[in-house]
Design a protein around this ligand. Sequence first.
Ligand SMILES: [Zn+2]
Length: 303
Amino acid sequence: MAGYRNGDLGDHLVQALLADGQVRALAAVTTRTVEEARWRHDLYPTAAAALGRTLTVTAFLGAMLKAPQKVFVEIVCDGPIKSLHTQADAEGRVRGYVGNPHVDLPANAKGKLDVAGAVGNGKLYVIRDPGLREPYRGFVPLVSGEIGEDFAHYFLRSEQTPSVVAVGVLVQPDHRVRAAGGLLLQVMPGASDAVISILERRARELPPISSAVDQGKDAEGLLSMVAGELDVRVLRRLPVQFKCSCSKERFERALIALGEEELRDMLETDGSAELVCHFCSEVYRFDAKELSALLKAAAHRQQ
Ligand SMILES: [Zn+2]
C-alpha cells in the first residue's frame, strides 16, 4: 500500500470480501503492464488482448498466494497465437509471452478483438509453485478461448469454486494498449442463494471492463460496479507491474551450463552470442572476451 494513492496512474490490484465474506473479490487495472508486454514482444492487437487478459488473471492468482510462492499459467492451443505463458508472484509482479505475437484478426461479430479466434481450442494449465517438491498442477480444456470464461471453467472444475472472471483489453488503432483490467469474483462455501443470485445478475449486467478502466475507474471502482448493494471490505491494495526476473548473470550461468564444447563452438563459429529472454524479449549480448571467460569457467567446472 505504501506509496500508492487513489488516483495514481499506476497499475494496481485490490483484494476484497463482499457480503460479509461470502464472496472473494479481486479487481485490477493493468493498462501499463499489458502495454509493456505489447512493446516488449511486438504484440499485434489480438495477441495483445489475449496475453493481456491472461496476465491480468495470472496477477489475481498470484495475489492469492503467499510470498515467495509463484504461479505459472500455460495455454497450449491450435489457434494462430499457438500458446500463452504467464507467471506471477504474490507481490503483483507478472511476466509473459505468446507463441506467435503477430496475430491481428478482424473484429468478431460483437465488434470486439477476436481473442477466441486467436486462441482456438486447447488446454489451460495452472501450476502453483509453493516451493515444495511437488507443485500443484491443474488443467482444463478451453471452453471458448476468450480467456475469462476459460478461467471461470478452470476455477469451477479444478478448484470447485464457482467464479465470475471478467477481463478486458482495449487497443488503440496505433496498436498501443489504451486500457486493461479485470475482475474475479469467487463464491465461498456457505454463501447464501440470495447473494449468489445478486452476483449472477450484476455479472450479467457488467459493462465491458476495459471501457470502465478507460473511463477512469480504478480497482475499487470496478469492485463497486459489480458489488452494488453488497458490502465491500478491502483487504489489500498492491501495485501491479510487468517485471521479469532475468539478468545477464542468469544467462551467464545458463551458458556455462552448456559446457566447454558448446561454448568453444559458439566462440569459433560466431565469435559472440546473443540470447533473448522468452518472457520479456530482453536481449543479452556476449562478446568474444566474455565468451572466453565463460569458456574458462565451464572448463574449470568440468575438471
Ligand atoms: Zn526476461
